[in-house]
Design a protein around this ligand. Sequence first.
Ligand code: BES
Ligand code: MN
Ligand code: ZN
Length: 481
Amino acid sequence: MEITALSNSSSIDHSVIVTFIAEQGLSQGNQSLPAELSTMLKAAVERKQVSSKLGKSATLVSGEHTLIVVGAGEDAKRDLGAFDKAIAAAASALEAVEAKTATAVIDTLTIENKSAAQLAERAATEFAKATYRYTETKTDAKPAHIESLAIIGDEASVAKGAAIAQGINLTRRLGDLPGNIATPSYLANQAEALASEFSHINTKVIDEKELETMGAAAFISVSKGSTEPGKLIAMEYLGGNDGDAPYVFVGKGITFDSGGISIKPGQGMDEMKYDMGGAASVFGLMQAVALLKPNVNVIGVVAAAENMPAGNASKPGDVVTSLSGKTIEILNTDAEGRLVLCDALTWAINEYKPNTILDIATLTGACMMALGNVNSGLMTENDELAEAIIASGKTTNDRFWRLPLEKEYQELIDSPFADMQNIGGRLAGATTAACFLARFTDGQRWAHLDIAGTAWQSTPKGGSGRPVAALVDFLLSDSSK
Ligand code: BES
Ligand code: MN
Ligand code: ZN
């Protein structure tokens, strides 16, 4: 779908118009409709044909005009979640009338302390998210009817919102694809496709052989048990000054996590196809960056591998030497994310000398148990960085909750046979995973984002596209400080 901006309602030329009505009744904003529709709306309000209850919608038809009126709830209670709910209701009402083109008048949908431009951006994002359909492996799947939507509001903001949604929807699609399609090789092709679509993106793919020669044995210890070859993928966007240290985003890309020899129970194992949610969010971020072209250097790194049991798979007790030279005792082959990530982090730090490095990973069930699906986990020793990420989470409603990462937890992963072991036991599981990664990011401006609980939603099943919105906001605001 194409989303455009219209500077004011006088130029509305579509026959389907969406507007919002708040519990306070008709407002100045509602009067900005073309005269005929404004009269129609007034009459409908008097006859109680429309409801201002958040998310309720009514479709009024007069001649060739269709007016969709969506309840926006109370002005004072409207937060980002309520705003999104109103837009989602508008999108489904549009779909119900099978509208191909429409105009959205959103000026009654206000939020305290948010500018009209910020809300136009968010409306564009939310409308575009509502048109996402998983179509790849369903023979009867159809795209949404809407082909073009005009939003009355600031042009640059609407374009930005639409670009962010393209990133989010790419992330959702990659998460939804089954493990037999979205393999590490598929992800490598995806990165190459991005580079051929955008001349300002370059892609590097390092295959399993090169990784082995390089000495990335922690990465290989995971990928070697699968017949799908692992890939380390880098997407480079150099929009900043020559030589400016880049922002680097490293995503866990386990395209299926069976647990390996420490195999997982069967119940719900299908959902482990989204164990590449961190990688998917890096793709979504890079897609948005390619469209937004910010003046900053950005590198997206994806550690893509499949975790399978096999005759040559890693066994509990095996010891490997990571790319950094540090040795790791693999006590549980299901703690594989940190094994691929430690080598990806080491490689990215050596290769790019980052200004800031974030990793994004569906890393632990413990984080999901602690935070559910509302907040992603955030672990860093850098308070200033934590604050910046938390602020972006609040701005985008794609939130983070900080969990501890203190040196006292480090002893939980000391090993009698290696420099460290890959699990810490029952206590503080999200933190011990972060402690492991911290041993490979010494001296860096680094944060770890655990999205195990937030990258996927179980009802209805599907990728959420998180935390792309927060990553884009963090990148843009932090790099312009
Ligand atoms: N991919 C999982 C974590 C996960 C669990 C993500 C549920 C999404 C939903 C990860 O590789 C894993 O298996 N972690 C183990 C670590 C344990 C063996 C220390 C876990 O959390 O149980
Ligand atoms: Mn695992
Ligand atoms: Zn995993």
